[in-house]
Design a protein around this ligand. Structure first.
Ligand code: ADP
Ligand code: MG
Length: 590
């Protein structure tokens, strides 16, 4: 008896589905790509319950006839490759013939399609890999693919699905990503019967960026163009004054296919290196176009990664062209401008430290002119509150029991002489812990709130906006005063005293970004904690900031009152202690 058996097709497809279909957004991505490959000019994406209940993608592309409909759910059935050499010259988004069978393996799916010029359409259903018969069905020319109850037969995957709003954030993100590369296609995204967005086929790239990410970003974009024999680069980059906490706002495309590519990311990082402070990432929309024989897309199950034949070409040309446009618009590198990380430079403060047009409109609506309102903080120098962030009146040294003297070293640590010995305190970790504790404290009372001198805004992307409701509730409960400001902009008019000193709009935007990246926790308590941790980390003094004696005294006195646990909220140690006994032992005095 041979041990080896060929696996049944149903099992093969279920295995393939594990790679291709990770969550509802993966289904949406594959279906939209099929519509684009079918030369659609209109694509409607309909989703219910974040895609868990229903995903439907309908297009007006060239459609399928009876035979194609019958074959489409079969594994490795594709119209996009005919011979092995074609793999070297891929011009379509799909080519492996894996998407439809994978979707059919893990959902109740159907295709309804009518080829252009055909009299009638056809329909076929598949459920958990079991294929039905093709039937005639009247419909408009084009194709509509529906997937219901995703993962109904793969409980493990089902368990990994997150909340409706979190999955919807992923779906929105996928449609955003693909739609940005196809401005000539009309897109509509509908969730639970409500339109999320409608994109017109008359859009230019900048219009779509404006729709997805708002005016603040669209208004400052710098066009990028570079053409050589082998590589064309186009797109937009943002000035170095506008940064993000990670590289997710770097949209990179190769022949209109969204990719995650290490070479391109490295090129952007290098181009901005002289302008950005550590830990921040630039915003960029980069379109690379090259002969398909110059790269391989067949290296990753979802085709998110590619391999370039000549990666140094991509690296050098992209870096140089971005450097050129940055230099061209007169953004001085950090060292020239002398703006090293200083005491009033909270991370990300560049997002909102200025008056946006929408804010001017807001004050205009309130019947105030700009000159009657407090002056807007200047670009790149976000205003801080006046009250000391630690909240207590400056304590003198003796006020903190046990502390004899202290000083700062390397703009990062506070060295304290205590009655028992010495302590070395990480200033960021300490401040982070203090803010965290105070945010925990102030939940029920809401008392320690401070009005902002100038309200700040946080403009969110379409994807972030999907998911912001519960986060807003938690922020309000914590002492932020937040209202909708029209569009997808939040207006922050007060903040808890604990985070005093930070650019509140930028803080909230970064926090939402971080919490959503990690997946918004299901329970309210977990969400509260995630928000508190993220805010504490972002609002806290950074390493590199010089501290005055008074500021250190405040921190130390508060440390005495609040800190029971000698670690930061992320679990890193907050202080190192050396007792006099320990010192004596180490110096072999005893
Ligand atoms: P691939 O896209 O890799 O070819 P898929 O499983 O996604 O594989 O699709 C299989 C085939 O079904 C495609 O090659 C195409 O011929 C056909 N097809 C899928 N979606 C559509 C659509 N929206 N319009 C027309 N044909 C489609
Ligand atoms: Mg496909």
């Amino acid at each position: 008896m041979p041990r080896i058996k060929l696996l049944p097709t149903v099992v093969i497809n279920k295995i393939a589905a594990g790679e291709v279909i990770e969550r509802p957004a993966s289904v949406v991505k594959e279906l939209i790509e099929n519509s684009i490959d079918a030369q659609a000019t209109e694509i409607v994406v309909e989703v219910e319950e974040g895609g868990a209940k229903l995903i439907r993608v309908a297009d007006n592309g060239y459609g399928m006839d009876r035979e194609d409909v019958a074959l489409a759910f079969h594994s490795h059935s594709t119209s996009k490759l005919a011979q092995p050499e074609d793999l070297m010259y891929i011009t379509t988004l799909g080519f492996r013939g894996e998407a439809l069978p994978s979707i059919g393996a893990v959902s109740h799916a159907s295709i309804v399609s009518r080829a252009r010029g055909a009299e009638t359409g056809h329909e076929i259903e598949i459920s958990g890999g079991k294929l039905g018969e093709v039937r005639e069905k009247g419909c408009a020319p084009g194709t509509s693919v529906t997937a219901r109850n995703l993962f109904f037969n793969t409980p493990v995957r089902m368990k990994f699905m997150r909340s409706e709003s979190a999955e919807m954030t992923h779906v929105t993100d996928v449609v955003t990503r693909v739609a940005m590369a196809h401005c000539n296609i009309k897109f509509e995204l509908v969730h639970n019967g409500k339109r999320v967005f409608l994109l017109l086929d008359s859009d230019r790239l900048a219009d779509r960026i404006r729709t997805f990410f708002g005016d603040d970003l669209a208004d400052v974009l710098i066009p990028l163009e570079s053409h050589t024999q082998k590589l064309n680069i186009s797109g937009h980059v943002a000035p170095p004054s506008l940064t993000r906490r990670d590289t997710r706002m770097q949209y990179i495309y190769l022949n209109s296919r969204p990719i995650r590519d290490r070479v391109a990311l490295a090129a952007l990082k290098a181009a901005y290196a002289d302008y950005l402070m550590g830990g921040r990432s630039p915003v960029a929309f980069v379109f690379l176009d090259m002969d398909p024989r110059e790269f391989d897309v067949n290296v990753h199950p979802t085709k998110a990664e590619v391999r370039f034949r000549d990666s140094s070409l991509v690296m050098n040309q992209l870096r140089a062209s971005v450097q050129d446009v940055l230099a061209g618009v007169g953004h001085a590198p950090l060292a020239d401008a002398g703006q090293m990380p200083g005491p009033a430079a909270p991370a990300g403060g560049d997002w909102k430290g200025r008056a946006t047009q929408s804010m001017r409109d807001f004050f205009a609506r309130q019947g105030k002119t700009e000159s009657q309102t407090p002056r807007f903080p200047s670009f790149g120098a976000p205003q801080r509150f006046t009250a000391p962030a630690a909240g207590t009146p400056s304590a003198d040294i003796q006020a903190t029991p046990g502390v004899r003297s202290f000083f700062q070293v390397h703009n990062a640590y506070i060295v304290v002489e205590t009655d028992e010995g010495i302590e070395v305190i990480d200033q960021h970790a300490l401040h982070e812990r203090l803010i965290y504790e105070r945010l925990c404290e102030s939940v029920p009372q809401n008392r320690a709130r401070q009005k902002l001198l100038v309200p700040e805004t946080a403009e969110l992307s379409v994807a972030e906006w999907q998911n912001v409701g519960r986060i807003k509730e938690v922020l309000t409960e914590m002492g932020f005063e937040i209202s909708d400001f029209g569009g997808r902009t939040l207006l922050v008019s007060a903040a808890p005293q604990a985070v005093g000193g930070c650019a509140a709009g930028a803080l909230i935007k970064d926090m939402i970004d971080e919490v959503q990246t990690g997946g918004v926790p299901e329970t309210l308590d977990a969400l509260r904690d995630a928000v508190r941790k993220s805010i504490a980390c972002k609002a806290a003094i950074k390493a590199g900031e010089p501290l005055s004696q008074a500021r250190m005294a405040d921190l130390l006195s508060e440390m005495g009152r609040l800190v029971r646990d000698y670690s930061c909220p992320h679990g890193r140690p907050l202080a190192l202690r050396l007792t006099l006994d320990e010192l004596a032992r180490r110096f072999k005095r005893t």
